[in-house]
Design a protein around this ligand. Sequence first.
Ligand SMILES: [Zn+2]
Length: 395
Amino acid sequence: MKYIVIVGDGMADYPLEELGDKTPLQAADTPNMDEIAAKGASGLFKTIPDNMGAGSDIANLSIMGYHPRKYYTGRGPLEAASMGVDVGENDLVFRCNIITEENGRIKDYSAGHISSSEAEELLRAAAEAFSDVGEFYPGISYRHVFILRDSSNQLVSTPPHDALDGEITKHLLKPENSPLAAKLNEMMLRSREVLSNHPVNLRRIKEGKNPGNMLWLWGQGTRPKMEPLQEKYGIRGAVVSAVDVIKGLGRYTGMEILEVEGATGYYDTNYEGKARAALDALRDKDYVYVHVEAIDEASHAGDVEMKIKALEDFDRRLVGEILDGLPGLDDGVAIGLLPDHATPISVRTHVKDAVPFVIMGGKKDDTQRFDEASARKGLYGLLKGEEFMRSLLAP
Ligand SMILES: [Zn+2]
């Protein structure tokens, strides 16, 4: 048996009045996901353990079968790994967003989904100005990494997409009496002076785009200690994702990271390319993890129409392609399909609710559709911890 896990980031949602009290999953036309639900068995999976944050990193760890309580150290080190940046045992690694600040508030946690090349220029300016503080490593679009060598993790940080309410100063690193927090907060605030008048930003403003005028540090952690998938579960795996944090998880769990041309982490991602890469990988791997970010982006944007379109694209151009390709494979393939977490349009951020899932390839129940309400009545009931992975491996 081989295994493929298909993750639609942030797919799950709440019923919306404008959709006649349906969720986007219920309103969207998703025949392929429904086919998987009809052929398999459904349930709910608590991807975010109690007292942990509803981050994609934590949720995807759970799906891969690594209990976040035991393995999670922070988002920064996962992204650094995916970028090929060496992280030593005593290093503290932060996610560093390039954001848009306006009137003392965060206007946009993604600086208008700034291009990687523009962001790299801005980050270079920041690295020059703050070379005495730490090291910057450019990533994709607004997502970068900042490393303090030889530092312990005693700080509390806030993701920029959760710091949209009120003044920036309220959401800076804590505790306030920590000299390290004070130093890094000063850097973040001063980064506005370094970046605001950078030619890249002057051009962006002229073009009506949000400038990348501030750095935001969050998601810090030290290097996680994870045993490879092969050791823990006896399977060899590969990851298909455009998102650094997912690739980082793949690297720490000893999976092969497959690069797909045109995989962007956004609405224009190469769905068909990802499906093909996943099917190809199944020929010599036991387990393939396919992750699509676009649906989460539409959810954060609060854009119902775009979320439904992203769900339908995902269903037709990725899930459908994979279903079509399965008969060409020699072994039986079990499919796991789920979001990592819910990102309801109405709140525009991740929530901790258990997510709907389906596993096709073994057990079967009466569920006919893939959505939040149908999964609640599924045969698996409520899973948590490493139970989804164990259920997938013994479907
Ligand atoms: Zn996510």
